[in-house]
Design a protein around this ligand. Structure first.
Ligand SMILES: NC(=O)c1ccc[n+]([C@@H]2O[C@H](COP(=O)([O-])OP(=O)(O)OC[C@H]3O[C@@H](n4cnc5c(N)ncnc54)[C@H](O)[C@@H]3O)[C@@H](O)[C@H]2O)c1
Length: 431
């Protein structure tokens, strides 16, 4: 489909309406910019599945024409496609623009849309550095438009239960947090294959990945980060590799490399990325040992919060299993959870939160994983956004302030790791 060509609208959206979605008035007309796996999957196909009653996707935009067309087919809609965002917004005038491009370009699309009078839903991280962040906040204030940030991690069964426990004071005032996130040699390695491997695109995993984690803590504690001190290193990937190639498909080390990954086994990834390579040269299966990779794979940070709480945080990207350990230490007790997402042994598809009162009993709350992306978090996030009358007792809806506070924690951690000095959030931003 060529740029700006309007095709017959399909009614697949309505047909695919999720049975559980409450009808919230006329369907919102949304346009998507950035039609990669997240834009075409979660915010394309799945959005129509879960919220088709409330949402109509009216246009798609991407700078890669082949990926744009593959994404349109993946979503299964017959709508206008554009390679120019300004033109898409002018011609289609959506109720909401969904931004699912590379992290480092989010600010361009968010700011342009608001200046043209549109509200925006952006994927995390809202952006990748403090200057872009300031520009987004200033534009939002100036235009009166609204930025929503898609913090899906707030919506898992486990996250919701922990927030409830903290809100009801189950362990009293929280004094410190232990939070350790483990990315495994499959998912963790994947960040080093893709555009994320360069700080200019992702702001490092301190921003791209840890923005989720820092947002969770800001939300759980209902507090702002004040100061961050961090160390970080690149120990496994990049220049540390024993050999390297350009990408897995053409690599002479296929048989010796533990990180060899065959993208051609996935027809969906072939159509979205391999067949679109001729447009922009982007290789989805690039070598994890490229010597110019400049993000970290081993990160530890200490964060101090406005509530007086402190956090000890780490993020490791080449672990034998995936998941996290999170504990809240309070004046009156401790809440602890160990989440396994993938490991070489069997674990029930449920999380167990242990709540222990000082001098008292210990209780285990078992929560099964909910169906849908990210353990059921994605469909719940969509419901919160597209069913505006839905009550929000846990304060899960997130705007630009939450987007800023979480990404700035990552920016501060990265700055601290580079300079060896603590970094104050107030020195990065004017709120
Ligand atoms: N919340 C979550 O759990 C979650 C999960 C995955 C991805 N994400 C986020 O979603 C976003 C997209 O990630 P992805 O994995 O789909 O990446 P991707 O590389 O598959 O897709 C990004 C798309 O943006 C396009 N693009 C880049 N610059 C552009 C520009 N200036 N204008 C228009 N299009 C542009 C690319 O061509 C590509 O098609 C990222 O911000 C990522 O952090 C969030």
């Amino acid at each position: 489909m060529s740029q700006g060509t309007v095709h017959r609208r399909s009614f697949l959206g309505a047909m695919a309406a999720g049975a559980s979605a409450a009808r919230a008035g006329p369907r919102r007309r949304v346009a998507i910019v950035g039609t990669g796996v997240r834009g075409s999957g979660t915010w394309g196909r799945e959005l129509l599945k879960y919220q088709g009653q409330n949402v109509e996707i009216i246009a798609l935009c991407d700078i890669n024409r082949k990926r744009l067309e593959a994404a349109r087919q993946r979503i299964g809609i017959d709508v206008a496609t554009y390679t120019n965002l300004e033109r898409m917004l002018r011609e289609t005038r959506p109720d909401l623009l969904i931004v699912t491009t590379r992290d480092s370009t989010h600010h361009e699309q968010i700011i342009l849309a608001m200046e043209m009078g549109f509200d925006v839903l952006t994927e995390k991280p809202m952006t990748t550095d403090e200057k872009k962040c300031q520009a987004i906040l200033d534009t939002e204030r100036k235009t009166g438009r609204k930025v929503t940030v898609a913090f899906n991690y707030r919506y898992s069964n486990t996250a919701q239960k922990i927030k409830e426990l903290l809100m009801e004071g189950a362990i009293g005032q929280v004094t410190s947090v232990d939070f350790h996130w483990y990315l495994d040699v499959y998912h963790g390695a994947d960040y080093f294959r893709r555009w994320h491997a360069y700080r200019a695109n992702s702001g490092t995993l301190w921003v791209h990945k840890a923005t989720h984690h820092f947002d969770l803590i800001n939300w759980y504690l209902a507090a702002d980060p004040v100061e961050v001190f961090a160390y970080a290193a690149l120990r496994k990937y990049g220049r540390n590799g024993p050999f390297r190639g350009t990408n897995c498909r053409t690599c002479p080390h296929k048989s010796d490399c533990q990180f060899f990954w065959d993208i051609t086994k996935s027809p969906e990834l072939v159509s979205l990325y391999v067949e679109a390579e001729s447009e922009d040269g982007y290789m989805r299966d690039a070598c994890v040992f490229r010597s110019d990779i400049d993000i970290w794979d081993t990160m530890v940070a200490s964060v101090r919060y406005s509530s007086g709480a402190m956090m000890s945080y780490s993020l490791n990207a080449f672990m034998p299993y995936e998941g996290y350990h999170l504990a809240f230490n309070g004046m009156d007790g401790r809440i602890e959870v160990r989440v396994y997402e993938r490991q070489p042994w069997e674990v029930k598809r449920e999380d167990a939160i242990r709540v222990t009162r000082n001098f008292g009993k210990s209780e285990v709350i078992v929560l099964p994983y909910a169906p849908g992306g990210h353990f059921g978090a994605d469909p719940r996030l969509m419901a919160m956004i597209f069913e505006p009358n839905k009550p929000d007792p846990l304060g899960q809806r997130a705007g630009s302030r939450a987007g800023a506070m979480s990404l700035l924690t990552g920016v501060a951690a990265d700055r601290s790791a580079l300079t060896g000095k603590p970094v104050r959030i107030a020195d990065l931003i004017r709120l």
